[in-house]
Write a protein that binds this ligand. Sequence first.
Ligand code: C2O
Ligand code: CU
Length: 463
Amino acid sequence: MKRAFGIVLAIVLASCGSDEPETSPPAETPDDSRLESLTDENPDPKIVEVHLEAKTAIKTFANSPPTSVWTYNGSTPGPLIDARVGDTLVVHFKNDLPEPTTIHWHGVRLPASMDGTPATQPPIEPGASFEYTFTLKDPGLFWFHPHVRSDVQVNKGLYGAIRVRAEAEPIADQEKILVLDDIKLKADGSIPDFLDDTSLMMGRGGNTVLVNGSANATLRFRPNATVRLRLVNAANGRFFNLALAGVKLHVIGTDGGLAKPYDTDRLLIAPGERYDVMLSVPGAAGTSLDLVTEPYNRGHDSGEDPPLNVAHVAIEGEPVTAPAPMPTSTAPLEPLPVASETSPLVLNEKTLPTGEVVFTINDKTAPDVPPLMVPRNTVRAFEIKNESEMDHPFHLHGFFFQVLERNGVPVGTDALVNKDTIVVPMKSSLKIVARFDEPGMWMYHCHILEHAEHGMMGEIHVE
Ligand code: C2O
Ligand code: CU
């Protein structure tokens, strides 16, 4: 009922060309890579109540033999959780996997007890259940995934997206969520559990790119449409460096919601990051474009990989006669107050005498990285220095941060954004700041999951 009303309202608003912000996303065209929304079981419009079950399933990727995957409710990605800012989300979760797991709600500001990490709850045993419940304070695209053996569990397919819509959203003719991933698919259809034939060093890079779980996905857009793409990189290690055949990508937001818009030809999305992008579909019905990921050197000479196709964009249907305008501005963010203290975090890699490669924070590996103590309601800065030969996407749980400096050079406050995951390029430094207003134990780590599980993970205790 709620949804049907929203769609009608959106159509009315779109058809009268009003500047009023729409309240529901434009309907997605039927697509081979569409995310199914979870059904809200609660009639209260302020509560989204859903069931999620982690379980194994068989999935066929393109022409490959069947693959055994791990899923939420039988699909990978799991179903989309769709909500509005201010809604309370209630998730009845059951673990039907053969091993313990948790759900971490990446980017969502919530009480620590709901954060789904081994620092905040005992892992949920096979056959056991857990109820996650929290209020969605911020609009944006978030995602969820396990925080137990995350390198293995996420790689097997356990991840999903959460879309939290604001009261007012930019108008688009079409909107699509793209959950990006890649897997290493072997000839027999299996996905290896652990990195075998590639080095641990770079994190897992697969041979098959997935968009919403589909290899060779096709996105269907109408000619001249203003399309909104909401992207999340759920891959273990691959950085997507997206380009769409010369079409300008108009970036309108990132991890923590809308931000000052800018245009780019290429959009780098590291594991864990989200971007909110609008574009004008060019050309005539019947033509198509390729969405590709271009080479990007993230260290150790990784920039030599050939470009890979991410999805085909098929331009079809009735041309849009009055496309929605591109947003040109958004309300600026308040800079956080100056931090009284700055904690140094030095990221590096080393090879142990045993030959094992580990990833370090201040020369220690998890779980031996000493926890950082931060008094509640204080603003704390972090000087993150990446001394290694490769980029690391730094992720902080529970709080957004703002970037103050890159390589010691202040970043202007006019382009402030709320991030929870950010690339710290090799041999560079980044100063960030966050307000720690929620007590509890919060993790921070590299979002290349092989790096996180091999040492590059720490905790912040907010007391
Ligand atoms: Cu998306 Cu600690 O993770
Ligand atoms: Cu890393």
